[in-house]
Design a protein around this ligand. Structure first.
Ligand code: FAD
Length: 522
């Protein structure tokens, strides 16, 4: 399956009903004359104006459904020659604040340009197993394709129905990040359509880049919020996949024990003692099936109120761990895991363990999706807040936010886990705190239509938390800002370089306008 490499060749010009095009008549007729293998649509733009957040709705003028790289190159060049046309690549539209939207611009629906090619032995250029995945492919499909060869990427997100291009434009993090770095640290090569090509005067060019070939473009694009180019293909490093995993959750009531154990787990240098995945969660001290103590065991009947320590506060914590193994090694793994757990300080009666296939583990959030969807609770507004918090500030954050602002009606999970900074390539665009260890804190709230605090009140809470964060040197993951000054503060000492790279690879600010960083210019 490799649609991405086809070219438009002698495709007929895109013909659409010009009456549906609300751009200027010149722009409409230019777009109408593009030779496309796929097609451009100027009606039915509702989906492209919607995202996971359900907070912003910026209607594009049209949507491109590309079926070749040339379709994308042609569109970007045409946009570059226009006065004000912008272009946003859209993966799955799982952003929160309109980042993949383009008001009066063109959204590229990247899912129509598929392609996954697994190279189990690598090749002459690259002697490790890898997969070439189109930017619009979902990680779930990358996993399915690579598992057929007994292989899998090393670094993941918790949820796999996200696009390769969309996550690599941010970072892509999960419980493997402490060990292998984010998804952006596991990319060998990219094929990118730039907003402009630095050696040519025309707009839009397909460029192959890697740490040794066009490295500035390569690192700019990784974590670059879609500002420098459209990811057509990413070459991702693979490793052997285990058949099965031991999956453990262990509850704590004391924050300091919880964080000390997490930090010990991610700092292990003896590879025989390292878990393959380490995450943590804050839970509400209630029987809420989604974020209370009932959500921790793999079967909710394995916990009840009488098992919760009387001195537990309004919130508790749990560590989630995973160790992969093959069936043949099950007994050795069992012993090893028990030994690794023995030094942890969780509440001994509140540990839960299960064994599942590697696929089931990586795809674990899909079950939650199915359950919430069936109750009409999946497609609701999501005022999510994702933060990177320096290790030195995490205890203050716990006491000021988790212990004070999180109330029983908080709806949604709260993630908290430490990450090693040295696993991030400092050349990539992603912005992280300047400390050796920092925490991901994700407050993943749903604004339910019928109950709990409404969207406005939840967004006000987020503003309060962001004010606390300001003094704690935190960074937003999936940043949302409204002014250049705020963006400058976000990037800190890297801001001038970000601007320089923008001038180099997308000087007219055509790409990803929904990030709200740069204004389209001529
Ligand atoms: P989109 O929202 O479509 O796009 C995001 C940005 O990237 C936009 O600016 C867009 O223009 C740009 N873009 C999209 N495709 C391309 C491309 N091919 N080339 C260049 N730019 C492009 N993130 C994590 O890191 N870890 C998690 O565990 C995690 N879990 C999640 C769980 C759920 C249920 C959801 C909804 C999101 C989760 N995310 C997680 C967030 C996710 O990584 C972001 O939403 C990310 O933007 C990917 O979503 P997407 O593929 O839909 O991208």
């Amino acid at each position: 399956r490799w649609a991405g490499r086809q070219t438009s060749g002698d495709s007929p010009p895109a013909t659409f009903n010009l009456d549906t095009c609300r751009l200027s008549s010149t722009q409409c007729s230019t777009l109408n004359s593009l030779h496309l293998r796929g097609h451009l649509s100027f009606h039915n733009t509702t989906e492209a104006a919607r995202d996971w957040g359900r907070i912003k709705r910026l209607a594009p003028a049209g949507v491109l459904y590309p079926e070749s790289v040339d379709d994308i190159v042609s569109l970007v060049r045409t946009a570059g020659l226009s006065r004000n046309l912008t272009v946003a690549a859209k993966g799955r539209g799982h952003s929160i604040n309109g980042q993949a939207q383009a008001l009066d611009g063109i959204v590229i629906e990247m899912s129509t340009l598929g392609g996954i090619k697994v190279m189990p032995q690598g090749d002459a250029d690259c002697q490790v197993p890898y997969v070439d995945a189109a930017g619009g492919e979902l990680w779930i499909d990358v996993l399915k394709a690579t598992l057929k060869e007994g292989l899998a990427p090393r670094s993941w997100t918790d949820y796999l129905y996200l696009s390769v291009g969309g996550t690599l434009s941010n970072a892509g993090i999960s419980g493997q990040t402490f060990r292998y770095g984010p998804e952006i640290s596991n990319v060998l090569q990219l094929e990118v359509v730039t907003g402009s090509h630095m050696w040519c005067s025309y707009q839009g060019e397909l460029v192959i880049c890697s740490p040794s070939k066009q490295p500035e473009l390569f690192f700019a694009v990784l974590g670059g919020l879609g500002q420098f180019g459209i990811i057509i293909t990413a070459r991702i490093i693979l490793e052997r996949a285990p058949q099965q995993v031991r999956w453990i959750r262990a509850i704590y009531t004391d924050f300091q024990s919880f964080r000390r154990d997490q930090e010990m787990l991610i700092s292990q240098t003896d590879m025989t003692k390292v878990f393959d995945y380490v995450e943590g969660f804050v839970i509400i001290n209630s029987d809420n099936p989604y974020n209370g103590w009932k959500s921790v065991p793999f079967s909710p009947e394995h916990i009840n109120n009488s098992m919760i320590p009387k001195d537990a506060g309004s919130v508790m914590y749990y560590i989630e761990l995973m160790k992969g193994f093959d069936f043949i090694n099950i007994h050795v793994t069992e012993q090893k895991v028990e030994k690794m757990l023995s030094s942890l300080n969780y509440i001994r009666s509140l540990r839960f363990t299960t064994d599942v296939s590697y696929f089931q583990f990586l795809n674990r959030i899909h079950d939650v999706e199915l359950s919430l969807s069936s109750q009409g609770l999946w497609d609701v507004p999501h005022p999510w807040l994702n933060l990177f918090i320096p290790r030195s500030s995490i205890s203050v954050f716990d006491s000021q936010v988790f212990k004070q602002l999180i109330s029983r009606d908080f709806s949604g999970p709260i993630l908290i886990y430490p990450i090693n900074q040295d696993k991030w390539d400092k050349h990539a665009s992603a912005v992280i705190p300047e400390e050796r260890v920092f925490y991901l804190v994700a407050l993943l709230r749903n604004a339910l239509p019928s109950s709990g605090p409404g969207l406005k009140s939840q967004m006000d809470d987020n503003s309060k938390i962001l004010r606390i964060c300001h003094d704690l040197n935190c960074k937003q993951y999936f940043p949302t800002y409204n002014t250049p000054k705020q963006w400058e503060q976000h990037f800190g000492s890297r801001w001038q370089n970000f601007i320089r790279l923008k001038k180099m690879f997308d000087p007219h600010a055509i790409l990803s306008p929904g990030q709200n960083i740069f204004c389209r210019n001529q």
